[in-house]
Design a protein around this ligand. Structure first.
Ligand code: 3PY
Length: 253
């Protein structure tokens, strides 16, 4: 059985009090409503991580994640946050390679390979994002694009380390656009991704790898997406900022 995961990507949203209310609501609702085999993760801006971590306390099914980290452990890198720093706050997960980081901050597959190593070396778990842009989908090259992102960004890992990774397929044309990939489009790509993992690491590892769908997932489409055999959950943008919507998504399996 693969781990079911609903991870919220808060992006650069919420002020202090707003973040604290949302996190408390999610923790309380998840305790009562989210099925016990679903992990709920809140990936917050750096400034909220410590507080959200303490609000989660010893909750059994809610975890905290960052949205990025730097490749180096320490030093003269003004404005950056390192993996050891995140680990020292007890952070569980780190999103890497979100399309907004790739597009606005020039993050390459090579840089993401180093970030992945840094996260794993500090005993945190990467949520590794990848996906094609609209022109690539229209040109029918999405599979090749995804294969390159995986082979350059994450397929250097040993099978043991790869076993700790959460993959998140996020078609860029479905991010912040309100467009969602149809459940059939998501399933087709998720199956291709699982086959790529199997070709590299073997079927057993592939069958155990959680592959999340990201891109305008919301309560009204989560059930259909999560019903697909190779979709193991979601990386949720806007809908993770409303506790009721986010928790409804966590109940959509
Ligand atoms: C979205 O749903 O828009 C996302 O970017 C999730 O990461």
């Amino acid at each position: 059985m693969r781990q079911k995961i609903v991870a919220g990507n808060w992006k650069m949203n919420l002020l202090k009090e707003e973040a604290e209310s949302l996190a408390s609501e999610v923790v309380n609702m998840a305790k009562d409503e989210t099925p016990s085999d679903v992990k709920v993760i809140m990936c917050t801006p750096f400034v909220h991580l410590s507080k959200v971590k303490s609000l989660i306390g010893n909750s059994a099914n809610v975890f905290v994640g960052a949205q990025n980290c730097y490749t180096e452990p320490s030093g003269a890198f003004t404005g950056e946050i390192s993996a050891p720093q995140l680990a020292s706050y007890g952070i569980d997960y780190v999103i890497l390679g979100h399309s907004e980081r790739r597009e606005y901050f020039g993050e390459s597959n090579e840089m993401l390979a180093k970030k992945t190593d840094a996260v794993l070396a500090n005993n945190m778990l990467p949520i590794f994002c990848f996906g094609e842009v609209l022109e690539e989908r229209e040109a029918g090259t999405q599979k090749a694009v995804v294969e390159k992102q995986l082979s350059e960004g994450i397929f250097h890992l040993s099978a043991e380390d790869f076993g700790k990774v959460v993959l998140a397929y996020e078609p860029v044309w479905a991010i912040g656009t309100g467009k969602t990939a149809s459940s059939a489009q998501a399933q087709e790509m998720h199956k291709d991704i699982r086959d790529m993992v199997a070709a590299k690491y073997g079927q057993e590892v592939a069958d155990a790898t959680p592959i999340l769908y990201g891109g305008s997932a919301k309560p009204s489409n989560a059930q259909e997406l999560f019903a697909q055999p190779d979709v193991d959950g979601g990386l949720i943008g806007g809908a993770s900022l409303a506790s009721r919507d986010f928790i409804e998504i966590s109940k959509s399996y």
